[in-house]
Design a protein around this ligand. Structure first.
Ligand code: ADP
Ligand code: MG
Length: 275
């Protein structure tokens, strides 16, 4: 009672028969018309009839080989690109363009170098009229990502892991219903990556937003997700989509069902030597 339909549905994603192809551009030989213009190439199918449903507040990990179409899917979900056919709905509304109210793309290396951590996190809420409330919200999100005490440092003074946390705080401060994270740990060393995984799991438990987390790391997806989607090689088809009902922290050694699933995914992705 008291909850509106919108509140109940916030962060619900429905992907219906979504396909995407790109036209491959090939440069015409100079001799053909002398100006090196482009000719239309063949259609390259990247996403092949994707059907998926994500519930409100789920941490969805999408796993797939490099180049299969993961980022393409995220760009379509976030409204930056359109599918060639099929439809995407967020909270029952068809996605037709980017929406700062409902989604926020978390892009790595996106901090402005001339602003401090505080300044960067403020960006999303700078239009708020009540400055005290704004400062409270900024501080709250800096605290959530564990950067308390580092507010006045500039991006170049932060480690890679701290930069990612600041980016995360900047995404969270706008209070989005959905957070897209496209391989946010790319380029980080293994230990930083493992620590950040843990922190994002804890942050997700705290904020309960839908997070769509893209990775090509099998263990990362299995350790983090409430739901797992495995894509095939390009064109991406859904090979597996299943809930991961394991409590946190997840330990492969102590959870046979989880390590069995890992073996299955290696096999689904055609990797046999790692078993
Ligand atoms: P992933 O994120 O899974 O590594 P992408 O979604 O980035 O894969 O790319 C999937 C395929 O689509 C790649 O072969 C890529 O070259 C191609 N592609 C992506 N964006 C474009 C574009 N704007 N124009 C043409 N081809 C593209
Ligand atoms: Mg990508």
């Amino acid at each position: 009672m008291g909850k509106t339909i919108k509140e109940e549905n916030m962060g619900h994603v429905s992907i219906q028969a979504l396909s995407k192809s790109y036209t491959e551009k090939r440069r015409r030989a100079r001799s053909v018309n002398g100006n090196g213009s482009y000719e239309r190439g063949e259609q390259m199918l990247v996403l092949d009839e994707i059907n998926l449903e994500f519930a409100n507040g789920e941490m969805v990990c999408i796993l797939g080989p490099s180049g299969c179409g993961k980022s393409t899917l995220v760009r379509i979900l976030a409204g930056f690109e359109q599918g060639t056919s099929g439809r995407v709905f967020i909270d029952g509304k068809e996605v037709c363009g980017p929406s700062s109210e409902h989604v926020f793309v978390f892009q790595y290396s996106g901090l402005l170098p001339w602003l401090t951590v505080w300044g960067n996190v403020c960006l999303g809420v700078r239009k708020m009229k009540e400055k005290e409330k704004m400062a409270e919200r900024v501080q709250q999100n800096i605290d959530i990502v564990g950067l308390t005490g580092f507010e006045h440092l500039y991006p170049h003074q932060l480690s890679g892991g701290m930069q990612r946390r600041a980016e995360l705080a900047r995404a969270l401060v706008v209070n989005p219903d959905i957070l897209f994270m496209d391989e946010p740990f790319a380029g980080l060393d293994f230990l930083t990556r493992v620590n950040l995984r843990e922190e994002i799991i804890n942050m997700h438990i705290l904020i309960k937003k839908t997070i769509i987390f893209i990775t090509h790391d099998i263990d990362e997806a299995l350790v983090m997700g409430d739901r797992l989607v495995v894509f095939s090689d390009r064109p991406a088809k859904v090979k597996l989509a299943l809930p991961l009902d394991f409590s946190h922290p997840r330990d492969f050694a102590k959870t046979p069902a989880l390590s069995d699933l890992r073996k299955e995914i290696y096999s689904v992705l055609g990797v046999h030597y790692a078993l």
